[in-house]
Design a protein around this ligand. Structure first.
Ligand code: FAD
Length: 384
């Protein structure tokens, strides 16, 4: 007899596992998840864990606020400390245009009762004296923001999903999606064929390749981002917020006893995940420009991972009109970790209840690209 499932999830990163966990919670039947390598080995293990409410579109703010509830109560729900540290995010503006964007952002964020502060240059100098501030026009800061451990959060979802009976297949690549009369029929791996009415594409930067198996074009590009970490270095006794030099597209934050420095984001898509010497030089130059004392720090290590960029830098969620039973959870454009709890909720609601009640995800449908309903986000320059 052929093996059968109610839902099959392709991809064992933070998104696939959150969806698996939330589906199991909603008793969605027999749920199978396939990961071609090891769980988390894609973008999730390369992620730096940033969590923020300071977004400039309503839909992203909603995903942040719903996800925050999970991060705040993660230990009670999953029995694992997510290492959530609320160090705050500080966005720095050096041009009038950026100030304009920041003013609009603050207006929007305050509508959601987010306690974001708009700060002038004198106060920046007082509160963060190690920052070069002669070229700064202003900043926004929110104490709700911070970071958590991607491995810890992933482990919580894995253990929760397993406890509730999700069958997780590691080291098993989905090679084929079988379609009959415009409907999902089954998937095939090297070992087996499994019948299912529903397949979730949670392929992260590989989303378009997963889409190809279903003869669909999923507009997600993999773009490499490099990051570097210094050796232990003392800058201040105070908490250092995750600080973004918006103009340079550069950020830094404390990482254990040293500092994590962002490197460049590639302009052309590729699946490369090596690091370059030139990128390290660029990260160091940006660091020394904004935080002159970091001239005394030494880069100890670095790594690179892939962002999964959609055309308007917003997620692509939900059904596709051409293929019944195919569900997308793609294109998080560098924010998939922090939005993973809410994504798990809305996708499980869509599958089990027929619609997502936590957040209306219709604006994130893949159809928006054809209809020209792209979601404009003035903050695209910044990616964690
Ligand atoms: C350097 C860097 C820093 C980042 N920092 C942040 C941050 O601060 N905050 C934030 O929110 N986000 C951040 N991100 C983005 C975040 O990592 C991603 O948005 C998130 O991990 C996406 O999760 P995912 O599960 O969709 O993808 P992935 O973790 O890549 O998982 C997809 C999985 O699918 C598997 N797969 C693909 N095809 C198949 C197949 N055919 N069969 C079986 N398995 C398959 C892959 O092997 C992979 O493991 C960062 C990313 C990078 C690279």
């Amino acid at each position: 007899m052929k093996k059968k499932a109610d839902v099959i999830i392709i991809g064992g990163g933070i998104i696939g596992l959150s969806i698996a966990y939330h589906l199991a919670q909603k008793k969605a039947g027999r749920i199978l998840l396939f990961e071609k390598g090891q769980l988390g080995e894609g973008s999730t293990s390369r992620c730096v864990g940033g969590i923020r409410t300071q977004f400039s579109t309503e839909i992203n703010i909603l995903f942040s606020l719903i996800s925050l509830q999970t991060f705040e109560h993660f230990k009670e729900e999953f029995g694992i400390d997510p290492e959530f540290r609320r160090i705050g995010y500080l966005f720095l503006a050096t041009t009038e245009k950026e100030m304009e964007i920041f003013r609009e952002n603050v207006k929007l964020q305050r509508k959601f009762n987010i306690p974001v502060e708009f700060i002038g240059p004198e106060e920046i100098k007082k509160r963060w004296p190690y920052l070069r501030s002669d070229d700064l026009l202003g900043a926004t800061y929110c104490s709700w923001d911070g970071y958590a451990g991607p491995n810890e959060v992933l482990s919580g979802f894995i253990q929760g999903a397993r406890r509730m009976g999700v069958e997780i297949h590691e080291g098993e690549e989905v090679k084929e999606i079988i379609i009959r009369k415009g409907k999902i029929q089954a998937i095939r791996t090297e070992k087996e064929e499994i019948e299912t009415p529903i397949v979730v594409n949670a392929g992260g930067p590989f989303a378009s390749l997963v889409g190809q198996m279903a003869n669909l074009k999923i507009p997600v590009k993999p773009l490499r981002r490099q990051v570097f970490v210094t050796s232990p270095f003392h800058l201040t006794g105070e908490i250092v917020p995750l600080t973004i030099d918006f103009h340079r597209g550069w950020y830094f934050r404390q990482e254990v006893d040293g500092f994590l420095l962002s490197g460049p984001l590639d302009q052309s898509p590729s699946f490369h995940t090596h690091i370059d010497y030139e990128a390290m030089v660029e990260a160091s130059e940006n660091a020394i420009y904004r935080v002159p004392a970091l001239e005394g720090a030494r880069i100890a290590r670095g790594w690179a991972g892939l962002y999964e960029i959609s055309p308007d830098h917003h997620a692509i969620l939900g059904r596709v009109p051409e293929l019944e039973g195919f569900i997308l959870a793609n294109g998080f454009s560098g924010h998939g970790f922090q939005h993973s709890p809410a994504v798990g909720k809305v996708i499980s609601e869509l599958i089990v209840d027929g619609r997502s009640s936590t957040i209306d995800i219709s604006p994130l449908s893949i159809e928006r690209f054809e209809k020209g309903n792209l979601i404009l986000e003035p903050m695209t320059a910044f990616k964690e």
